[in-house]
Design a protein around this ligand. Structure first.
Ligand code: ADP
Ligand code: MG
Length: 690
């Protein structure tokens, strides 16, 4: 019996309707059900005295019913009061029938589980789960933790529990163990069957704290296999890429030498080292897959330019893809400025170009007149044919998903040759994590900032002191400096963001009549944005009010003051990115984080972290701790790989062992690799299918 193909229709209750809903959760087979793991647990293993419960907490409470009444306020509500001698608690039900109402008879005993919240007249629970019994009966807490499964509309926890019960009873014995004993034994982890049984139905007496923290060996066993599956899929992808051929990019190197001679500075040691690593890759007959991690302002653009020139020198084209039009335009201006003196043509492609310009650009690219193409993802639309594309550079990779990265690999392939790929990111992650999360890539690190940089001074100020900040902007701008004023997304709506930015710009213009103020946002026409950015760069605009479109890449060294409104709403890495727009010139720069009171604890921690350190690696580490890898690496936003049970940060101690395990499997048990990947990544995503 192969559980990987056995339809879950063999389980009782799994009729066509439910199966349809389950398939939305990716559940189609019995194996899928067994690997649909609890998201978390509810702890009903001890009774909390009402006097000891607090808002926000989930608690099991046992008390006596003192009163049950139907109130008619905005809506018909059943209100029940229970007490246990240490305090009393209100229950609210908005949906109930008369039988339910009668059940809550005064004097009966109620066993309740739910989230406690602060209500108008004290603590309450809304629609708690409950069991009622007569007063003399003994009410015992549960013997084990209650699993809570990821679910979807119309599928209830109880239904999922019934399905898992059956799958565990009838089929667990048939689940295949793909990890050989020689691998498992030294890790001292339980077998797959033991682990699955334990995680789905923790037995009485199982250590509650360890399970709630997902640090129990049974959970670690599954997390290990899941991370291994992910790692193997990336390794397989890497192996497949290695089988492709790529152009061997060997040139005289004279373009790069001439380019360097035209720069007002010399590359840092770190830039030179990374360029040398890239150069070695480009001379190989298979595609480079290299990630460059470097803090904001570490000079990744220069490294990108060096790589492009190597490709062009060898007679091939290069493409640079940026995540926003604004950044693409800036790159275009920079690269055109650098490359024109070398007699090279740079094309520009974004979604918002006028049709005629676009046609001309596309022709320059396909007929090979343009050596370099800069653009947004519009670069890789159907009608864009490259003449001889040898290298793709993806800037600010965290804005693109793994999917998009993989799609690129198919693009531009000509004569059976696949272009080299260079990926840049300003969200550096620790080495071991990078080796797992980017196992299909080689990783280079620019671990040095250009000389003479002074760390940005960061201050945190409540919005009530805004007038002081406005004065500070005036003083800075009147002494020849320039400033940004960023208005981030307040609601989940670009329109509203735009509205606040517009209003802020108007208010600032009113308060600072002596300054030239401009507004830039994502909805503007490309030409308009470009005109404003050029004016700011040229120094004819003092203060640039912007939405978060300026978050990545924008480089105006004379700007030395950055104001970020509603800073409490932004993530750590995003704040660091925005702050990175200043501190690029010789002047001492300041970043003002304006916040709306009161601050939540999490927001307070974030703002403190940004104030305390300017080091992007440290910021990324703290961000990973605070928000977890799904947010930091962008997988949540882009819909990429989400783990069922593993957490790359929490479980990082396992990572080195995963590399060893992957090597062992690939060498001695290659037939086990596919089934492990299929079991965990299943239909959702298989990174190998490229
Ligand atoms: P990022 O890594 O954030 O993309 P940029 O490439 O935009 O950084 O570079 C930031 C600034 O530093 C730019 O103004 C750039 O010209 C300058 N820069 C880059 N490399 C050097 C260097 N080796 N010495 C001095 N300045 C440099
Ligand atoms: Mg950059």
């Amino acid at each position: 019996m192969d559980l990987a193909t056995l339809s879950l229709s063999v389980l009782k209750g799994a009729g066509p309707k439910l199966r349809d809903k389950l398939s939305r959760l990716g559940l189609r087979t019995v194996q899928d059900v067994l690997f649909h793991l609890p998201l978390r647990y509810q702890d009903r293993t001890h009774i909390t005295p009402i006097g000891a419960i607090a808002p926000g907490q989930e608690a099991l409470v046992v008390g006596q019913i003192e009163l049950a009444d139907v109130a008619f306020r905005r809506r018909r509500t059943l209100i029940v009061r229970v007490a246990d001698g240490t305090g009393s608690l209100i229950l609210r039900f908005f949906h109930f029938n008369s039988a339910q109402q009668e059940n809550f008879a005064r004097g009966r005993k109620a066993k309740l589980f739910g989230e406690v919240r602060a209500g108008p007249g004290g603590l309450e629970m809304v629609h708690p789960e409950y069991e009622l019994s007569d007063d003399h009966m003994v009410v015992a807490p549960d013997a084990h933790l209650t699993p809570v499964y990821p679910t979807t509309e119309g599928v209830h926890q109880l239904g999922l529990r019934k399905l898992t019960d059956q799958a565990l009873d009838r089929y667990l014995g048939a689940i295949h163990e793909w990890l050989p004993a020689e691998l498992l034994a030294p890790l001292k982890l339980p077998t797959l069957q033991e682990a699955l049984a334990f995680v789905h139905r923790p037995p009485p007496g199982a250590p509650v704290d360890a399970l709630l923290a997902a640090r129990h060996p049974a959970q670690q066993r599954l997390a290990f296999e899941e991370m291994l599956a992910f790692h193997l899929s990336l390794k397989r992808l890497r192996a497949r890429m290695r089988r492709h051929s790529a152009p061997v990019l060997v040139g005289a190197g004279s373009l790069y030498t001439r380019f360097l001679a035209s720069l007002p500075f010399t590359p840092t040691g770190a830039q030179q080292r990374v360029l040398a690593e890239i150069g070695r890759d480009l001379r190989m007959p298979h595609p480079m897959q290299r990630l460059v991690q470097g803090d904001v302002g570490s000079g990744k653009t220069l490294v990108a330019a060096g790589a492009c020139l190597a490709a062009i020198d060898a007679g091939w084209q290069a493409a640079v893809m940026a995540p926003t039009e604004l950044l693409a335009e800036q790159h275009w201006r920079n690269f055109a400025h650098w490359l024109a003196p070398l007699g090279l043509q740079v094309a520009f492609l974004t979604g918002s170009l006028p049709a005629k310009t676009r046609r001309a650009m596309v022709a320059d690219v396909s007929e090979g007149r343009a050596s370099l193409v800069i653009g947004t993802h519009a670069l890789f639309q159907e009608d864009v044919q490259f003449h001889r594309l040898g290298l793709i550079v993806v800037d600010e990779q965290h804005r693109f998903g793994v999917h998009q990265r993989l799609q690129l690999r198919e693009k531009g392939a000509a004569d059976g040759l696949v272009p080299h790929q260079l990926i840049m990111t300003a969200t550096p992650i620790p080495r071991t994590l990078a080796q797992s999360f980017y196992a299909d890539l080689d990783v280079s690190v620019i671990d040095e900032l250009p000389p003479g940089r002074k760390p940005v001074d960061t201050v945190v100020i409540p919005d009530a002191r805004r007038p002081e900040v406005v004065t500070r902007v005036r003083d800075a701008c009147l002494t020849g400096r320039q400033a940004y004023w960023v208005c981030p997304l307040i609601e989940e709506s670009e329109n509203l963001e735009l509205q606040t930015a517009t209003q802020t710009a108007e208010a600032l213009a009113g308060a600072l009549p002596e300054l030239r103020i401009a507004l830039v946002h994502g909805r503007m026409k490309a030409a308009e944005k470009e005109r404003i950015m050029a004016a700011f760069k040229a120094g004819s605009v003092h203060l640039l009010v912007a939405t978060t479109v300026i978050e990545v890449g924008v480089d105006v060294p004379n700007a030395s003051l950055m104001i970020i409104e509603n800073a409490e709403r932004l993530g750590l890495s995003q704040l660091h990115q925005l702050r990175g727009r200043v501190g690029r010139g010789g002047a001492q720069s300041t970043c003002v984080l304006l916040y709306q009171s009161p601050l939540s604890t999490a927001a307070r921690e974030r703002l403190a972290a940004v104030r305390e350190t300017n080091d992007g690696f440290e910021i990324a580490r703290r961000d990973l701790d605070m928000r977890g890898p799904g947010e930091v690496l962008g997988t949540r936003q882009t819909g990429d790989q989400q783990f069922h049970i593993a957490d790359l940060v929490r479980d990082q101690a396992l990572l080195p062992k995963i590399e060893e395990a992957a090597a062992l499997l690939l060498e001695k048990y290659p037939a086990h690799v596919e089934p492990i990947i299929a079991r965990w990544l299943g239909r959702r995503e298989s990174y190998g299918e490229v």
